[in-house]
Design a binder for this molecule. Structure first.
Ligand SMILES: NC(=O)C1=CN([C@@H]2O[C@H](COP(=O)(O)OP(=O)(O)OC[C@H]3O[C@@H](n4cnc5c(N)ncnc54)[C@H](OP(=O)(O)O)[C@@H]3O)[C@@H](O)[C@H]2O)C=CC1
Ligand SMILES: Nc1nc(=O)c2c([nH]1)NC[C@@H]1CN(c3ccc(C(=O)N[C@@H](CCC(=O)O)C(=O)O)cc3)C=[N+]21
Ligand SMILES: [Mg+2]
Length: 296
């Protein structure tokens, strides 16, 4: 049986560190880090995430600014709001919840965010900085995965890592971070030939696909570390639903050396890293030293 990597507990530790630094910033410098979250439309899952982000932002002592806009908000109005948040000195981090409605050019909106306030790390300038190994805002989900991997392994140098999924928000930045840690990185996707064989080589498997339990335990090398990013809502008992990952947890846990559960794995770490990035952005904006242990 494998070690369960408890993202919920780890995330609580990260938030406690953030809270401590926020208190220090207030006491020593009279600065309160602030996070603005923009939600367009009323997708129920997004509503839940945004509410949870707002609650945790306040819990660590930061200011939370929520902007809920109608589904039919124009791109121009959204760009105007982003411009206003860029100028607001109380706002150190800006997150525009994705996905955006189809009539809005999501890339245009993301690239309108001031890169130093882009706590999602999605702006092309942060993508370029990460890709060239320079100091960037690092996307929250991959950062959370990296923190758990470092805590478990110490050094990742020379390990074979397979990332399943090549999205801009998870797969690609995850691969960049693992390369930065000197892993030998393979990125798999829907056109990959013989995925089971590719996964069998890996010391580290990061699954970010969005297909419920698609990775069976039989693909996992004995002792490998499995990071399950997938969040899939599937029918549960009666008329309830439940969350499952992209990995079949029960069978994978029999072979893996360590594995993250869903829920309670990567998800809580994502939100903790969003708060960590907001703190980092605030420190950089104020010319103060960055928090230790909370950046990539
Ligand atoms: N825990 C968290 O905090 C977060 C969780 N998520 C979850 O992570 C998952 C992935 O999210 P995201 O990256 O946005 O998803 P995308 O849909 O943007 O990307 C999915 C990737 O999986 C690949 N893929 C699809 N089918 C297969 C297959 N059969 N075999 C191999 N690869 C396949 C796609 O390949 P191709 O490019 O060829 O189409 C694509 O690269 C989702 O479940 C999402 O809900 C996302 C963000 C945060
Ligand atoms: N601009 C932007 N940035 C994001 O980071 C972003 C986004 N848009 N759009 C949607 C995805 C998804 N995402 C999650 C965050 C937390 C959990 C999380 O906390 N999950 C809990 C369970 C929550 C539940 O019960 O539904 C867990 O895994 O334990 C999940 C998913 C961030 N995303
Ligand atoms: Mg997506």
């Amino acid at each position: 049986m494998s070690e369960i990597l408890d993202g919920k507990a780890f995330a609580a530790e990260v938030r406690a560190k953030v809270a401590e630094q926020v208190a220090r910033l207030k006491d020593a410098h009279g600065i309160t880090p602030g996070l603005a979250v923009v939600l367009v439309g009323d997708d129920p899952a997004s509503q839940v995430y945004v509410r949870s982000k707002g609650k945790m932002t306040k819990e660590v002592g930061m200011s939370s600014f929520e902007h809920r806009l109608a589904e039919d908000t124009s791109e121009a109005d959204l760009l105007a709001l982003v411009g206003q948040l860029n100028e607001d000195p109380e706002v150190h981090g800006i997150l525009v919840q994705l996905p955006l409605p189809a009539h809005v050019d999501a890339d245009a909106v993301i690239n309108a965010i001031a890169p130093e306030k882009d706590v999602d790390g999605f702006h092309i300038s942060n993508v370029g900085l990460l890709g060239t190994g320079q100091k960037a805002m690092v996307p929250c989900t991959p950062l959370g995965c990296l923190m758990m991997l470092r805590a478990h392994h110490g050094s990742l140098s020379g390990l074979d890592a397979v990332v399943i999924g090549r999205s801009n928000i998870v797969g690609k930045p995850m691969a960049s971070l693992l390369l930065g840690e000197s892993c030998t990185v393979t990125i798999a996707h829907s056109r990959t030939k013989d995925l089971p064989e590719v996964v069998r080589r890996a010391d580290i498997v990061v699954a970010a696909v969005g297909r419920p339990q698609m990775v069976p335990g039989g693909w996992i090398k004995e002792g490998a570390t499995v990071i399950d990013v997938g969040i899939n809502r599937v029918p549960g008992e009666g008329d309830k639903t439940r969350l499952v990952g992209d990995v079949d947890f029960a069978s994978a846990a029999e072979r893996a050396g360590a594995i993250t559960p869903v829920p309670g794995g990567v998800g809580p770490m994502t939100i903790a890293c969003l708060l960590a990035n907001t703190l980092t952005a605030c420190c950089r904006a104020s010319g103060l030293p960055e928090p230790e242990g909370l950046t990539a």
